[in-house]
Design a protein around this ligand. Sequence first.
Ligand code: SAH
Length: 449
Amino acid sequence: MRFSFNTQLLSRVFISLPAAGRWRAAQSRLFCSSPSSSDQEKPRASMLRHLTSKIKATGPVTVAEYMREVLTNPVTGYYVKNDMLGPDGDFITSPEISQIFGELVGVWIISEWMGAGQPKQLQLVELGPGRGSLSSDVLRVFSQLRSVFGGASVSVHLVEVSPVLSRLQAQSLTGNSSQEADSEDEPVYRHGETAAGLPVSWYRRLDDVPAGFSIFLAHEFFDALPIHKFQRTPKGWREVMVDIDPEKPDRLRFVVAPSPTPASSTLVQADERRGHVEVCAEGGVIVQQLARRIAADGGAALIADYGHDGTKTDTFRGFKGHQLHDVLSSPGSADLTADVDFSYLRRMAGGGVACLGPVTQRTFLKNMGIDSRLQVLLRNCSDPTTRKQLTGSYDMLTNPAKMGERFHFFSLLHHSRLAKPKKPDGLKLEKKKSPAPLPVAGFTELSFS
Ligand code: SAH
């Protein structure tokens, strides 16, 4: 039975996995203070110059274009140039706070692979892997449960725009074994092998990842994608744009477009009731690609991020040095982010796949057995400092007032995963009730006896 399978799997992982020694008490993007008066650093001259000359030449830019330039411009983009994660960076994420997070995601992946009938091939695909900590913790679980995979071939595929971060990911997952592609045009721009011999490939775009049964992970990835912003006005929906401040030519400001733009004419729902909305069209396209792949080749996607279900309005914000940062000041020096609208992702996924969630991070991690894993680690640890760090990072991940309720898990699944099992031919079971669909770990409570 599915429940006992998951419980056994978890018990095996929990008892045998070592502690990875990555317990950090740091602030996530949720608990940042406002900028201090000392945060008056000089504007990032090159990015600001680039943006102002573009605006002078062609007029105000959309917020999406602004965000895309600031974050992923190939020369000066924030993600392209920086390692922004961790206590010394601009923000910290769940996989960086505790190894337990990635271990539980690893168990989820194996559980979904088994739920799909243990296909001969498993591609682990991570979008925006940051420092590579999540995939690294997942692969430790895979190693521990090698025997479960039997002869299945497992490969790792990372979609990452940042050369700086791809080098950090390579170091974490493949040591010094990775190599860059000879030409910049190659879809696989870097490749290597893990210590256990699994191939790892790096791509700039999801489109370039080969087809095949895949489990896709996206942790704090969708919130980094460009959003369009729209304002309800007496004349109808208008797009919010970024322009040069006429009184201070080295400053930017928001303006409302006087007439409809292509985005304001197509991206706002006819029955929208809010006065201000943010739409991440790029995120919608990626979810459509994920849905198409899952429908065609099987597999699942696990998307974890802070977000809402189509209820919030203005969530666009910046982070620098663990503090809130004005989104228009010193572009390129700070992270820009917006809450993920899960109702939009669900709509864009369409009917070709099943969607589960969003459920809160607290619910997901508790359903996956985080309490049992914490107890095992505490039982094996006598050092008071490490014990304090263990309970502190557990609290950070699950406390409703910390990351427990702001972060959500959302999943796309192949329809067959939730379908009622077919009755075997020839058996006369007509009068009996059909078995219930199999529960999906994390989204359904497991019992630990
Ligand atoms: N998942 C990691 C990192 C989150 S930060 C964690 O939770 O710790 C966002 C990540 O997405 C970074 O690795 C960044 O370089 C990457 N990224 C941002 N925009 C991207 C895009 N358009 N395509 C691919 N990767 C992108």
